[in-house]
Design a binder for this molecule. Structure first.
Ligand SMILES: O=C(O)CCC(=O)C(=O)O
Ligand SMILES: [Fe+2]
Length: 217
């Protein structure tokens, strides 16, 4: 956000946002929140078209899991292809995306003193047969990752039979509990990066998303 925008924002009187408040309550209670229709069908369409264009141009790279592990091992852990998104070079679709994310981040910082100063996002494609084994998002030695955010860009007709659900492992009365989140278009899931292990179950149909992290420094 440029300075003038920031100053302008500061002058606007604080207005409570019901959707954001619900997210905050979920995070406090469960360490995760699932928000349906965070992005409209039209916005998802624009973002998916942008992703597909870049994917067809071969801009995506096989996702790594740190640099010391060889490719064969990496493939047995995660099989997705990713492309990092540079906010400064955002196209029309990505601008829409960042406008919403930035609004949420402003709200979190203002109401919860979250201290989110940095963000990073990448597009992700999980081709048929791929998955991402159970992990914690801070395994890459990035303790600055505070909240993980995934936004799903699949088509309207996505079915549970397609697989690719995000399994989040939480705890209830000291007992592990698995919550399955299906990657329906427009849905966003936010969770505490340092707290909740999760995994992407094998997909039977290519699966599209944007994954990102809100970071403290
Ligand atoms: O796509 C998802 O649902 C989760 C992806 C994930 O866990 C990651 O990229 O770290
Ligand atoms: Fe993850």
């Amino acid at each position: 956000m440029v300075n003038t925008e920031l100053e302008l924002f500061e002058q606007i009187e604080f207005k409570e946002n019901e959707q954001y408040e619900a997210i905050i309550q979920d995070l406090l209670k469960n360490k995760y929140s699932v928000i349906d229709d965070f992005f409209s069908a039209e916005e998802v369409g624009l973002l998916r078209a942008s992703l597909m264009g870049k994917y067809e141009e071969d801009d995506f790279k096989k996702a790594a899991i740190g640099n010391k592990i060889n490719e064969v091992v990496a493939k047995s852990i995660r099989g997705d292809f990713i492309l990092w998104i540079n906010e400064a070079e955002a196209g029309k679709a990505e601008k829409i995306y960042f406008r919403k994310i930035n609004s949420l981040v402003e709200y979190l910082n203002r109401t919860c003193f979250m201290g989110i100063l940095q963000k990073e996002f990448h597009y992700a494609v999980y081709p048929e047969g791929t998955f991402y084994k159970r992990h914690l998002d801070t395994f890459q030695n990035d303790g600055r990752r505070k909240l993980s955010m995934v936004c799903y860009l699949n088509t309207e007709n996505w079915k549970p039979e397609n697989g690719g659900e995000l399994a989040i492992y939480t705890e209830e009365n000291g007992v592990e509990k698995q919550v399955d989140v299906f990657p329906y278009p427009g849905r966003v899931v936010i969770f505490e990066s340092q707290e909740l292990e999760h995994e992407v179950k094998p997909v039977k149909v290519p699966r599209y998303s944007i994954t990102g992290w809100l970071k403290t420094r």
